[in-house]
Unconditional design. Structure first.
Length: 234
């Protein structure tokens, strides 16, 4: 082997060693992404929710994450379009009799919805009915409530119970299909804790409002659609 040939072989070997070292160095600096996605965290009930930690990039640093639409969307009122509590005039804890409107109404008002909402002056409970007539009824504080058909006692959260009873009303149609099938509606929690159905039988519909104490209340009638709002004041 000549000196020239030896130098050429040595240079080629050195170059190969450098290439191998560079390849090893690149592999150690590269952070591989997981081949399978991690299972998403879930809310109660099994609904997936976004991970609070942004995914890592190939360089090993967290990439800036965009907030999900649900986290930035402003909260809406549980009773949109139901108006606000009238600040004029005091409320009362005395029983109130509701008259039918029109006064010659002889039909049956079908309950469409029951909902609650928090407002500045207190909590509002709204009873919405199908049609154009307001059913008669009564709103009063009671010591306890029972299921109208069975007579079984009904437990209601709160320190006081405001019972709302409608006559000439039903929560089901002539075929027996429910027009509003919930038995309980959560309250906003300022003063109204929950609203529990106690009757839908023989033209009577009643709901017990669990209140944090025997608070003054007001009653409003709203049209288009027909609604009766019970405002329990702070």
């Amino acid at each position: 082997m000549t000196a020239k040939t030896w130098r050429t072989s040595t240079m080629l070997a050195a170059a190969a060693a450098l290439l191998l070292l560079a390849a090893c160095s690149d592999k150690e600096e590269t952070i591989e992404q997981p081949t399978e996605p991690l299972p998403a965290a879930t809310e109660a009930g099994g609904t997936p929710k976004a991970s609070p930690t942004p995914p890592a990039s190939a360089t090993g640093r967290a990439t800036p994450g965009k907030p999900s639409p649900s986290s930035t969307k402003p909260a809406t009122s549980p009773t949109p379009g139901d108006g606000a509590i009238d600040a004029l005039g005091p409320g009362s804890t005395d029983p109130v009799t509701l008259k039918a409107d029109p006064s010659n109404f002889t039909g049956t008002a079908l309950l469409e919805d029951v909902r609650t909402g928090a407002q500045k002056l207190g909590d509002r409970v709204v009873f919405e009915f199908q049609g154009t007539a307001f059913p008669p009824g009564k709103v009063e504080y009671v010591d306890s409530v029972t299921q109208c058909a069975s007579g079984e006692p009904v437990q209601v959260k709160g320190e006081a119970i405001l019972l709302v009873t409608f006559t000439q009303a039903a929560a089901h149609d002539d075929q027996g299909k429910a027009t509003f099938d919930k038995l309980k509606v959560a309250g906003p929690g300022q003063v109204v804790q929950e609203v529990v159905r106690t009757c839908d039988f023989e033209g009577h519909v009643s709901w017990a409002i669990g209140v944090s104490g025997k608070k003054d209340f007001k009653i409003s009638r709203l049209k288009d659609p027909v609604r009766i709002a019970i405002d329990v004041l702070k």
